[in-house]
Design a binder for this molecule. Structure first.
Ligand SMILES: [Ca+2]
Ligand SMILES: [Ca+2]
Length: 249
């Protein structure tokens, strides 16, 4: 087959078209300081972790649990409510953490996933702040989302952790985006604080299916709260059809 337009002429035209229609980022990542998140999540469905029931369509996986203990995956119901204000203060655990929740008093943690921990009190099946800690926390959505948000607390970064622990990798839809420490402007590290509110948005036809946060080098007890999910709005097909009908009335 021969093309009517010579290749040498088509390339500049293609370049011009690219410049005229810049490719929009399919997935964007941002972070805001505590108290500034509501503008971004105002209409979202919120999981506040104040009871054991998870919002529909959300599955949470605790991965990379040190052997011989199993990974855990929760859909619909959590093993218990975790309250950071009741985290153990003994045995270098560092609790309590009354400032970790983003709403109410309950939250999600990657701890308590094997044995009785340093405190001797861990139930071993999750939602308790003690060893063992999962290396990776994965949020799995049953349908692709337009927006995913979550409050991050108790993250102790490698360079400034109070005391330092590890940086934290963000993986969206199975693709690494780098570490939160450099991804989120104004990142603040520490175990007794809220670090940042993470907001991920997708531009159709892309969608957010999984969000994973992973301790890179050392175990770090992490706290998550005020998780927000937004669906895509109904496609504009109907309104476009309505406008077409109006044109031909
Ligand atoms: Ca909460
Ligand atoms: Ca921590």
């Amino acid at each position: 087959m021969r093309f009517s337009t010579p290749v040498s002429a088509a390339i500049p035209l293609f370049a011009v078209l690219l410049l005229a229609h810049p490719v929009r980022a399919a997935i964007t990542i941002m972070g805001v300081a505590p108290g500034s998140e509501n503008a971004a999540i105002g209409t979202a469905t919120i999981e506040d972790f104040e009871d054991v029931n998870l919002i529909p369509g959300l599955t949470i996986r605790m991965g990379g649990v040190p052997a011989p203990y199993p990974n855990r995956m929760w859909t619909g119901i959590l093993p218990r409510v975790f309250k950071p204000s009741l985290a153990p203060s003994c045995c270098t655990i560092g609790g309590p953490y009354p400032n970790n929740p983003w709403d109410g008093t309950g939250a999600l943690t990657n701890g308590g996933l094997g044995g009785t921990g340093l405190s001797g009190l861990s139930p071993g099946d999750g939602q308790f702040f003690d060893f063992q800690f999962a290396d990776t926390v994965v949020f799995v959505m049953s349908t692709g989302k337009a927006m995913f948000g979550v409050g991050l607390s108790n993250f102790q970064s490698a360079a400034s952790g109070d005391p330092p622990r590890t940086d934290h990798e963000l993986i969206v839809n199975g693709v690494s985006k780098g570490v939160l420490e450099t991804l989120l402007p104004g990142w603040v590290s520490g175990q007794y604080i809220k670090n940042r509110y993470l907001i991920i948005t997708a531009t159709a036809p892309n969608a957010i299916n999984t969000v994973a946060i992973q301790n890179v080098t050392l175990a770090d007890g992490l706290v998550f709260d005020k998780l927000a999910l937004s669906d895509f709005t109904v496609p504009a097909v109907r309104s476009t059809w309505g406008r077409l009908k109006a044109m031909y009335r």
